[in-house]
Design a protein around this ligand. Structure first.
Ligand code: PMP
Length: 450
């Protein structure tokens, strides 16, 4: 590895970062993370802090899982790569598909299609849902419905159903035929409704209205995150996903649950859909599937969808979609090891109480600091804190203050994530009670510096 001076001098000079302004990053160089241990990350200057972000909502098992590292290393020696296009496959991919499907059996999932990450998994869902309707003889069903504030990756399909215009505006025109409904966000919504159950009813009515306007026979699928992550950790009322499921069923619309964050135990249940008692038609997954140790995603489908493809005799059921690294053997080895560890450590069971501890700790901080406008969480290890400069007017906090809070919290022992004027947290599911307390005291220091 090059020495620290080389790294500091060249930081952001040659590397364009995702979600960053190339010019700004040259002036304010990003923190260089050089190592990691357990739930901690270590930067180039030797600071060791609790990673309250879990990499990027993905390092569910923490950074020191040797079973996963060994499985990856072994697979590199056995078979580093072979393609799964058409006529070939590999033993690890076969086993991984068996395990992923089994993991989501209670969600009704019967088949897995591997990808290289979350955006790919979303794209796969969108493309397969159109093909599904064509195979069924309803080729007019091409449109997609989604929720404002939703995040579904940055491929053109995913960005088109994305509910945050920052990911759209500079890249238009987007995919035609994508329509967005209000988010189940009680703190701010067009109905001025603070009651989650009533807001859910309002959104259901808006969805019915949109479907009537578009014509149900033009809509292929509805995609949603069970808990909106990047949009600010927006936790809907418990009735919400069921209401959406019911509307989809009544209108022949496929329901895609985007489980890229919520899958694999983050909500305290195996999937976010299961957390709300819903079975989707398709699921997009990634992140926790390999805990960030290797880039892998998977799209899963239920029997209803699988049957339409598998029983097709016209040839049109062939899936002309996929990635060079779909079913990559090293990725598959990471999947097998991660799912085995996820089950052995029962990480979902830890996510529940630690998530509640984090959420309740932040609620206490909200009593102390007026800049905390809204606190969202309490359903596993996903917590969002919305900061405001004027509580009554709900004025979003300015970026310089957000950055100061972030920096102070980091110096006090925790890496948190900024999403506009929200602080987002999704620490490893293996986190201990004491490590959650470290996050809370670092946040306290951060807010005190606002
Ligand atoms: N869907 C959701 C719900 C996500 O949170 C993300 C990533 N944060 C994606 C899709 C895109 O995943 P990736 O960044 O792996 O492409």
């Amino acid at each position: 590895m090059k020495d620290d001076n080389f790294l500091k001098e060249n930081n952001a000079r040659h590397l364009w970062h995702p979600m960053g302004h190339p010019g700004d990053l040259q002036a304010n160089t990003p923190t260089i993370i050089k190592g990691a241990e357990g739930v901690h990350i270590i930067d180039i200057d030797g600071h060791k802090v609790v990673d309250a972000v879990g990499g990027l909502w993905c390092v569910n098992l923490g950074y020191s899982n040797n079973a996963v590292k060994d499985a990856i290393a072994r697979q590199l020696y056995d078979l580093p790569y072979y393609s799964a296009f058409g006529g070939t496959t590999n033993p690890t991919a076969i086993e991984a598909s068996y395990m992923v499907r089994e993991f989501f059996e209670a969600d009704g999932m019967v088949r897995a299609f591997f990808t290289s990450g979350g955006s790919d998994s979303v794209e796969t869902c969108l493309r397969l849902s159109r093909q599904y309707h064509r195979l069924r003889g309803e080729p007019t069903r091409t449109k997609f419905l989604s929720l404002k504030k939703g995040y579904h990756g940055t491929h053109f399909g995913g960005a088109s159903v994305n509910g945050n215009n920052r990911f759209r505006l500079n890249y238009e025109p987007m995919l035609p035929g994508c329509f967005h409904l209000p988010s189940p966000y009680t703190y701010r919504n067009p109905f001025n409704e603070t009651d989650g159950a009533k807001l859910a009813q309002n959104i259901a009515a808006a969805m019915e209205d949109e479907i009537a306007f578009q014509g149900a026979n033009t809509i292929a699928a509805f995609i949603m995150e069970p808990i909106q992550g990047a949009g600010g950790v927006i936790v809907p009322d418990k009735s919400f996903m069921k209401l959406m499921r019911d509307i989809c069923d009544r209108h022949g619309i496929l329901m895609i649950s985007d489980e890229v964050i919520t899958g694999f135990g983050r909500t305290g249940d195996a999937s976010g859909a299961r957390h709300w008692g819903v079975q989707p038609d398709m699921m997009s997954t990634a992140k926790g599937i390999t805990s960030g140790y290797f880039p892998v995603g998977a799209t899963l489908v239920n029997q209803k969808v699988a049957d339409v493809f598998e029983k097709d005799t016209t040839g049109e059921g062939a899936i002309f979609h996929g990635y060079t690294y779909s079913a990559h053997p090293v990725g598959a080895a990471a999947v097998i090891a991660c799912l085995t560890e996820t089950q052995r450590l029962n990480t979902a069971a830890n996510a529940g109480p630690r998530g509640t501890q984090l959420y309740e700790g932040v609620l206490k901080l909200a009593e102390k600091y007026d800049i905390i406008g809204d606190v969202r969480g309490g359903h596993g290890l996903m917590t969002g804190i919305e900061l405001v400069s004027d509580k009554a007017a709900k004025t979003p906090m300015d970026m310089p203050t957000m950055k100061r809070i972030h920096k102070t919290a980091y110096q006090a022992g925790a890496m948190v994530r900024l999403g506009m004027h929200n602080i987002l947290m999704s620490p490893p599911l293996t986190i201990s009670e004491a490590e959650v307390n470290t996050i809370l005291s670092a946040l306290d220091a951060g807010f005190a510096a606002a």
